[in-house]
Design a protein around this ligand. Structure first.
Ligand SMILES: Cc1cc2nc3c(=O)[nH]c(=O)nc-3n(C[C@H](O)[C@H](O)[C@H](O)COP(=O)(O)O)c2cc1C
Ligand SMILES: [Fe+2]
Ligand SMILES: [Fe+2]
Length: 397
């Protein structure tokens, strides 16, 4: 039994990273992450698909050597150049002096820029090109901006296997099982929302283009660069990526607030209570000073309602709340029922600046309130009205 086999001629040679605290220096990895790489064995040639992050390359080279009986692979297909997948390229080139890198024009330019590799080591491919390994035909689909400009997907025609790069990936290391058939997948779904919204979220329209491009393919396995190999759950995984990349929401409301002394927090709690009393069941309240941005982004993408509150801080939005709004603007968040609330003591600024973000994002603000110093009956009434207006505007019920 070969423990690395996905199908007879396609092997998993990826690695787990349970050491890195934050992906891209930003996004927490409580359950780790995997960097997936694969070997495809044709009758004549052998290809590697992507490499791994440099810190995990030792195990990776060991896997590749053992799976190829120490015969060097012929090709390294580079679907994506972000260093979590391209970090191993210099080591692969040094270990296998005859190996050729297969990539598009932009891939080649990036390999040269990152790793100073000379022209003799590349084979350039374009959209729709094929590479024959002997009974295994690799077909290349250019899928730019999923999630860098050079990204492409590789399809094994005979086996119906799609190597999709970061698309359909998720945070969460592999715990023994590699394919979804071999494991309980339950806990990966929340991590997939976080992975998509944190990493790929800005590129929804390009994900849609990639989905259209690959829609006609018969796909038996999706081998992405992070997380399980999808087989049984392909329908669910594609549906999640499709929904999120269309900015489609689920029933529920996310409340994000900042507070130094509790006054803005009091309004946030009141709005939450008022929403629940109106039958809204999924309510996620985040104190932006404590909740990690990663989780706030995931909830904001996921649920239809978004309510953001901030005290005025030296004539600005309170910094952790502003960071959240920048994350929303960067990801071009759409289709939200948005409301805002602010607080101040002598000169209000946060409330107006939150609305400026909404304008830039072309989101209508269904209601807003601004509180001077602390909550009184008027503020409580305004909070109740705001909850009423948000609840009434929600379409996902
Ligand atoms: C460092 C700092 C800067 C502030 N800057 C302003 C300001 O520019 N304008 C204003 O009206 N209030 C300002 N405030 C007051 C707060 O916005 C106001 O008291 C608010 O209600 C605090 O809400 P909280 O209790 O939720 O922290 C500032 C407070 C602090 C601590
Ligand atoms: Fe990436
Ligand atoms: Fe990645």
């Amino acid at each position: 039994m070969n423990i690395r086999e996905i199908t007879k001629d396609v092997l998993y040679v990826g690695v787990n990273d349970r050491n890195t605290d934050r992906f891209e220096g930003l996004w927490p990895l409580p359950f780790g992450v995997s960097y997936n790489s694969y070997i495809i064995k044709g009758a004549e040639k052998t290809a590697l698909i992507d490499t791994v992050e440099i810190g995990t390359v030792r195990d990776y080279i060991h896997f590749v050597n053992s799976e190829t009986d120490n015969k060097a692979p012929d090709y390294l297909v580079v679907n994506h150049m972000e260093p979590d997948h391209s970090g191993g390229i210099p080591v692969v080139l040094a270990n296998y002096p005859a190996i050729k890198i297969v990539g598009n024009r932009q891939t080649i330019s990036m390999v040269k820029g990152f790793y100073h590799v000379d022209d003799s080591r590349f084979i350039e491919v374009k959209d729709g090109d094929v590479l024959d390994l002997g009974g295994k035909t690799l077909k290349f689909y250019m899928t730019p901006m999923v999630h860098w400009p050079e990204t492409m997907m590789t399809y094994v025609v005979e086996d119906g296997i799609l190597f999709s790069g970061d698309a359909f990936g998720t945070f969460g290391a592999l715990n023994g099982g590699v394919t979804d058939t071999e494991m309980e997948t339950g806990w990966y779904w929340d991590e997939m929302y976080r992975y998509y919204t944190n990493i790929v979220g800005k590129y929804g329209k390009f994900v849609q283009k990639a989905l259209e491009k690959t829609a006609g393919l018969e796909i038996k396995y999706i081998c992405s660069t992070h997380g399980p190999v999808w087989h049984d759950e392909i329908g669910k995984v594609v549906a999640i990526y499709d929904r999120l990349s269309r900015y489609e929401s689920e029933p529920g409301v996310t409340i994000i607030y900042g507070s130094m002394y509790g006054n803005t927090a009091e309004v946030a709690e009141e709005i939450g209570r008022q929403l629940a009393a109106r039958g809204v069941k999924n309510i996620k309240i985040h104190n932006a000073s404590k909740s990690n941005l990663s989780y706030m982004i995931a909830d904001a993408f996921r649920y239809e309602g978004l309510i953001v509150g901030s005290p005025t801080y030296s004539m600005h939005i309170f910094p952790p709340v502003e960071q959240f709004m920048i994350a929303m603007e960067t990801r071009e968040i759409k289709n939200k029922v948005l409301a805002t609330f602010g607080s101040f003591t002598w000169a209000s600024a946060a409330s107006g600046k939150l609305k400026e973000y909404a304008e830039k994002m072309k989101l209508e603000v269904v209601d807003s309130l601004d509180m001077k110093q602390s909550a009184d009956e008027t503020v409580y009434e305004a909070a109740s009205r705001l909850a009423e207006n948000v609840a009434a505007a929600l379409k996902c019920k």
